[in-house]
Ligand binder design. Structure first.
Ligand SMILES: *[C@@H]1O[C@H](CO)[C@@H](O)[C@H](O)[C@H]1NC(C)=O
Ligand SMILES: *[C@@H]1O[C@H](CO)[C@@H](O)[C@H](O)[C@H]1NC(C)=O
Ligand SMILES: *[C@@H]1O[C@H](CO)[C@@H](O)[C@H](O)[C@H]1NC(C)=O
Ligand SMILES: *[C@@H]1O[C@H](CO)[C@@H](O)[C@H](O)[C@H]1NC(C)=O
Length: 232
């Protein structure tokens, strides 16, 4: 059965190798390609001139094509802030960031290997500067990714899907297939040492954090199994 019985495997697969005691988290499983499976963050975001989003995820080995990890939408832009992957079996996972509907270059991040990886993306209106981190290391950065405006307030932050139109249905071929946990949002750009430390200690930096991964702050679609797991 897809999506269940991951519990025993989990302790082996989870990327956080540092003993932190029994701190518990929730893993969402998006098995197969579906145009309904999603989770929505129950959070009213302010407008933001800088942002960082970090998460831990694994892509199903069999998934291919475009895969939306998360998508923050406002009325004027479906892709106000989005992390999207381009997957090809046997090739490295490529990631890109979209801001105000414009996407940056696809960049190779890590092997498409069914294993857990940590990913952080940051963006700042100041110069449209963006950075992409995989497994605690900065792998790519650039400038000029649509720094015309700050990110709009009161949008919808969706995990696993991209809207066809604002608060409407989802695009059929852009779903996420894999597992995801520990997604946090900050209203500032985290620097590379903060991200490296966070990866090592497996605990999110408190300063500037505007969304914390918690079951009660999410609306999880019923077809998405949510499994409590212990961080080792
Ligand atoms: C992945 O694809 C292979 C070959 O197409 C198939 O045998 C296998 O059952 C698929 N696995 C899953 C989990 O869908
Ligand atoms: C997605 O990845 C495939 C395989 O590497 C590549 O051929 C294709 O051009 C990529 N698509 C985009 C939009 O970069
Ligand atoms: C950038 O974003 C603004 C809105 O914030 C939009 O009007 C503009 O067309 C976008 N495109 C480019 C290439 O900057
Ligand atoms: C990264 O940010 C932290 C917290 O703001 C700061 O103490 C540290 O000096 C910064 N490190 C670098 C290399 O900028």
């Amino acid at each position: 059965m897809p999506g269940v019985c991951h519990f025993n495997l989990f302790l082996l697969l989870f990327p956080c190798g540092v003993t932190k005691g029994a701190s518990q988290t929730l893993v969402l499983d998006f098995a197969g390609h579906s145009h309904t499976k999603h989770a929505c963050l129950l959070k009213k975001f302010p407008s933001m001139g800088s942002v960082t989003v970090c998460t831990q995820l694994r892509f199903d080995l069999n998934s291919s094509g475009f895969s939306t990890v998360f998508s923050y939408s406002i009325k004027s832009f479906i892709n106000e802030f989005q992390l999207r992957a381009n997957l090809t079996r046997g090739k490295r996972v490529q990631l890109t960031l979209l801001v105000h509907g414009i996407h940056g270059p696809y960049q190779e991040a890590f092997d498409h290997d069914d294993a857990w990886h940590s990913v952080c993306v940051s963006w700042s209106q100041n110069g449209g500067r963006w950075e992409l981190f995989a497994d605690g290391l900065e792998i790519h950065s650039g400038d000029g990714l649509n720094g015309t405006d700050i990110l709009g307030a009161d949008g919808n932050f969706i995990i696993g899907q991209e809207y066809k139109y604002f608060r409407g249905s989802f695009k059929n071929d852009r779903s996420f297939s894999g597992s995801i946990t520990e997604l946090h949002v900050w209203n500032r750009v985290l620097n590379s040492s903060e991200i490296a430390i966070m990866k090592k200690e497996c605990s999110p930096v408190p300063s500037g954090r505007v969304f914390t991964w918690r079951e009660e702050d999410m609306q999880i679609e019923s077809a998405v199994p949510a499994t409590p797991m212990f961080l080792l």
